[in-house]
Design a protein around this ligand. Structure first.
Ligand code: UDP
Length: 242
């Protein structure tokens, strides 16, 4: 029987969850069932002794860009979006703890009463001890995205991969929701992804990954066991790598 560690391909991963991944079909911005399902998936990976950091988005609650059209100025809206990620992170922490997974929330925007400030060395220590770290508050700066926060945290935490959870199975040459003949890539280089204008992440996040050599695995979050299978090195989603 192989040890849990020996079946895992990665030692340390950053899982990027969009805020919308937490939303329920009934319009609930944070669905307890989805959170519990996610917590179970993360627990399986932690049991494989993989160090897990989660970067969570806030798009289910607020996005700076969409606020702009409704009279909220961009910078204020961006801070509102960053605060939304804190709400999501706390909800995820609650579900992970109920599933018995030790967790810390670390925020890029200081708020001592609810979360630890992000301190890189402390985050590394937590992860080495098998504690799941949920990174919230994005990068702490307006005009960025939580994909960029994932690229940043993955680079500074020396994570081997960013696993970007989506609603589709990976990266396609055209929109699979609109084109039934769309072709999925199993593996694609950063330069080909740029050349073919594949939508993987926003350009800031993408460049950061490319420049720092952080592979991105785009996969379907809603297929049960996908996170575990991806961590075990099974053919899941699309890997973008140098
Ligand atoms: N945001 C920001 N700086 C960051 C990260 C996020 O200003 O470093 C704001 C931005 O307004 C963004 C919102 O927070 O629209 C929510 O993040 P994002 O859109 O990345 O969430 P997701 O799409 O992953 O749910």
């Amino acid at each position: 029987m192989p040890s849990p560690r020996s079946i895992a391909k990665f030692n340390r991963i950053i899982l990027k969850l969009s805020g919308e991944a937490l939303a329920g079909q009934d319009g609930d911005p944070i669905s307890p069932q989805i959170l519990d399902g996610l917590a179970r998936q993360v627990k399986e990976v932690v049991a494989m002794r993989v160090q897990v950091g989660v970067v969570i988005g806030g798009g289910n609650i607020f996005r700076g860009l969409s606020g702009e059209g409704k009279g909220v100025d961009r910078t204020t809206g961006d801070y509102m979006g960053m605060l939304a990620t804190v709400i999501n992170g706390m909800a995820l922490q609650n579900s992970l703890e109920r599933a018995g997974v030790p967790t810390r929330v670390m925020t890029a925007i200081e708020m001592k009463n609810v979360a630890e400030p992000f301190i890189r060395r402390r985050a590394v220590r937590h992860m080495e001890k098998g504690i799941v770290v949920i990174f919230v508050g994005g990068t702490g700066n307006p005009y960025f995205s939580t994909d960029t926060a994932a690229a940043l945290r993955a680079s500074e935490m020396n994570a081997e991969v960013i696993m970007k959870a989506t609603k589709v199975d990976g990266v396609y040459d055209s929109d699979p929701m609109k084109n039934p003949k769309a072709k999925k890539f199993d593996r694609v280089s950063f330069s080909d992804a740029l050349r073919l204008r594949l939508k993987v992440m926003d350009s800031t996040a993408f460049s950061l990954c490319m420049d720092n050599n952080v592979p991105i695995l785009v996969f379907n979050l809603f297929r049960k066991g996908n996170i575990r299978d991806a961590v075990a090195g099974k053919k899941v989603g699309t890997l973008i790598t140098n």
